[in-house]
Ligand binder design. Structure first.
Ligand code: FES
Length: 159
């Protein structure tokens, strides 16, 4: 092989990504929060061998997801918001809820349903033990965007 050959692309972080920390530190802490690119509070968490990143404040009312438990519902890993127990899938940011199948049936039977994607999920990349986040810049509006504005942050600091 020629000495000038460039390293495999996996050895450099994506261009628009932001360094979050060393993987070993994130694995140890389980969760870290960062203000990414000076504009977005992101929660990066490690669970069962996987890294995930999402908006830090819950889409419902801005609850601190970094303090939520992780549980499985209907076969899907979710973070459970500590404020009102909303369940958000780690991979897609979907809001899950239990719906009554048939209100006339006894006993009542419920099944898990999705409210759609509510929490903005960001991309995590690991390069040589370093963890990077690429903000999800989709122009689609997510409800969690409400709690990422300058105005919301300023009000938080005041209170
Ligand atoms: Fe998260 Fe209400 S703020 S469930």
């Amino acid at each position: 092989s020629s000495p000038t050959s460039s390293p495999p692309s996996s050895s450099s972080p994506p261009q628009d990504s932001h360094f979050i920390g060393k993987k070993e530190d994130i694995v140890r802490a389980r969760r870290v929060t960062r203000l990414v690119n000076g504009c977005r509070d992101v929660l990066v968490l490690y669970h069962q061998g996987e890294l995930h990143a999402m908006d830090m404040r819950c889409y419902h009312s801005g609850g601190p997801l970094q303090q939520g438990d992780i549980e499985e519902f209907n076969g899907r890993m979710c973070i459970v918001c500590p404020w009102h127990k909303y369940k958000i899938t780690l991979v897609e940011g979907e809001g899950l809820y239990q719906a009554v199948e048939d209100p006339t049936a006894k006993p009542l039977k419920t099944r898990w349903r999705s409210k759609g994607i509510k929490q903005r999920i960001h991309k995590v990349t690991e390069v040589n033990g370093d963890v990077y986040v690429t903000l999800n810049s989709s122009s689609e509006a997510y409800e969690s965007d409400t709690y990422q504005t300058e105005r919301y942050r300023a009000n938080q600091l005041k209170s």
